[in-house]
Write a protein that binds this ligand. Sequence first.
Ligand code: MTE
Length: 323
Amino acid sequence: MKIRSADITPESVVLGRRAWLSSTARRATGLGVGLSGLTASSLSQASVSRLAEPLTPLAARPWPGMPTDKLTPVHDVTGYNNFYEFGTDKADPQRLAPSRLQVRPYQLVVKGLVAKPITLGFDDLLKLSPLEERIYRLRCVEGWSMVIPWVGFSLSAVLRRAQPLGSAKYVEFISQADRATMPGLSSPVLDWPYQEGLRLDEAMHPLTTLTVGLYGKTLPAQNGSPVRLVVPWKYGFKSAKSIVEIRLVESQPIPSWVKTAPQEYGFFSNVNPAVPHRRWSQATERRIGEDGLLSPRRPTLPFNGYADQVASLYTGMDLRRFF
Ligand code: MTE
């Protein structure tokens, strides 16, 4: 029997992919490379929520100044993902990560140009700062967005604990990379491990969140369990998943995407409708979970709508040059 993808997949997921496929000529290396693998079987995996790792409820207090946007349904947040360590198809992370990603024992190492290098287990992290529910827009560089209730706290709480030295100017984030459990690592699509970076003042900004959960529970594997970064005013690829190491360094790090395609991805990667990606416009976006066939794309907001809080970090910088 032929299964129609529309029968087995949330409409939003199907439409999000169609929109992407029609709007993008997938030529060069880059995000979205896996969409050619779109099949009914991979779509069926996306529609089934199979979270092997039991998710634990987390008590979190609300964070002020939340957007009033409607939340993206949890099945889209956990079923339409980019986590290239598990493959490049949007359905791969949900299909593979819950049964493969090693989340225990967990250690986060903070080192480099700090007075007090620290190693924190998951429970140590939970005690470091009160957990907050932070509803943020997530804007992927591919042109789609979601609204996600994350659980976490400002990364600054961890960085302060390690006491950055005066010579520390940047912060580097390194994701877990385990060839035995992550099938995507055998692909040269990226230079592994996945690495990202922020300027120290960006990393210390209160919006920059060390994230341990979403929708009131610990993070599903496919969303970067047990600990990930969320930087809401930057394209989603800056929000590194399953981080195991944070290094404070003097020179600007080269993130994995910048190393792989420097002509397409910049270090700052602030959401900016005025600066197109080399292969597509960034002026508009599709909100996953609410799009119908005829629903218009939304205008992209400068700094993803967080300009009031973060634009001052870039005073005097030409954001077309430093994209
Ligand atoms: N982190 C790692 N380690 N590997 C990845 O492939 N993808 C990035 C980012 N963090 C990625 C990653 C991209 S492109 C996006 S858009 C977001 O994770 C997606 O997060 P989500 O799947 O939780 O929505």
